[in-house]
Design a protein around this ligand. Structure first.
Ligand code: BTN
Length: 261
């Protein structure tokens, strides 16, 4: 852990490591109430109630993977919040691409292999402990050394890990160091509203682009179309079969690509 945070400029200079927590998101929230500084990080070897998006859980067994949350304080004039989790996805994917270039981002919050299997997930939660002090709790789970057999049956067909993609084991803290340095770089761009490079990087890493997808909306309906990149607010652009465009806001939408064409 120490070697990982020695390589950054400000993220993780204050850190807390736990053998086991319910969710690193909640530990950071508590720490902010007790004075955590911007960039503080909580990392755990295991989570008993790891959370994903849309009320899902995040499989968090010990000894294999990375589970951490960074406390980020938002400035007053930040870009649209919908772009933040996409930017974190780009940061994580770029860091992991130091080990393999067969790694991509999948709207909204996933980092996937070229087969579209999930390698990492991002959960950004807002927190406003006092008026005008808004924090983003940036939670990242990365499957590092977990093997196919370690996944439960329901995840095995859709999940993967860095070690499966690269056919070797990794030092988790070496991976963490790369991810934190990348987060630092991309956060700097985001908070200064310098997003040109981000749009370019997202476009290059966009696993969904040009694919037929089915989106599951919060009201229970589904919509099918061809993914055509993202808007400046971080919405997914879908071209519907009749040629019109529909924009999907992240949050409650889940997207799959196994659509019969
Ligand atoms: C998703 O893909 O739905 C998001 C998964 C986010 C998981 C990470 S692991 C560290 C942090 N703590 C949590 O409880 N969740 C996030």
């Amino acid at each position: 852990m120490i070697t990982a945070v020695q390589q950054t400029k400000w993220i993780g200079k204050n850190w807390r490591f736990f053998e086991v927590v319910e969710s690193t998101q909640d530990v950071v929230r508590e720490w902010i109430l007790n004075g955590a500084p911007h960039g503080a990080i909580v990392i755990a070897d295991r989570q008993t109630c790891g959370r994903g998006r849309i009320g899902r859980s995040w499989f968090s067994p010990p000894g294999k993977n990375l589970y951490f949350t960074v406390a980020m304080q938002l400035s007053h004039s930040h870009p649209p919040l919908g772009t933040l989790s996409l930017l974190i996805g780009v940061a994580v994917a770029e860091a992991l691409r130091k080990f393999s270039d067969r790694i991509f981002v999948k709207w909204a919050n996933d980092v996937v292999s070229e087969l579209g299997r999930k390698l990492a997930g991002i959960l950004v939660e807002g927190f406003e402990p006092e008026p005008k002090k808004v924090w983003a709790l940036v939670g990242v789970g990365i499957n590092v050394n977990i093997t196919e057999n370690d996944f439960p049956d329901d995840l095995r067909p859709i999940a993967t890990s860095l070690s499966i993609v690269c056919s070797r084991e990794f030092d988790r803290f070496e991976v963490l160091a790369k991810v934190l340095c990348s987060l630092e770089f991309w956060w700097g761009k985001w908070e200064n509203n310098e997003l040109d490079l981000f749009w370019q990087a997202y476009d290059q890493l966009d696993w969904l682009k040009g694919k037929r997808v089915r989106a599951f909306l919060p009201d229970g309906t589904e919509v099918e179309g061809t993914a055509a990149g993202i808007t400046f607010d971080g919405e997914l652009r879908l071209i519907l079969p009749e040629g019109t465009e529909r924009r999907l806001i992240a949050g409650d939408v889940s997207v799959r690509t196994n659509v019969a064409s």
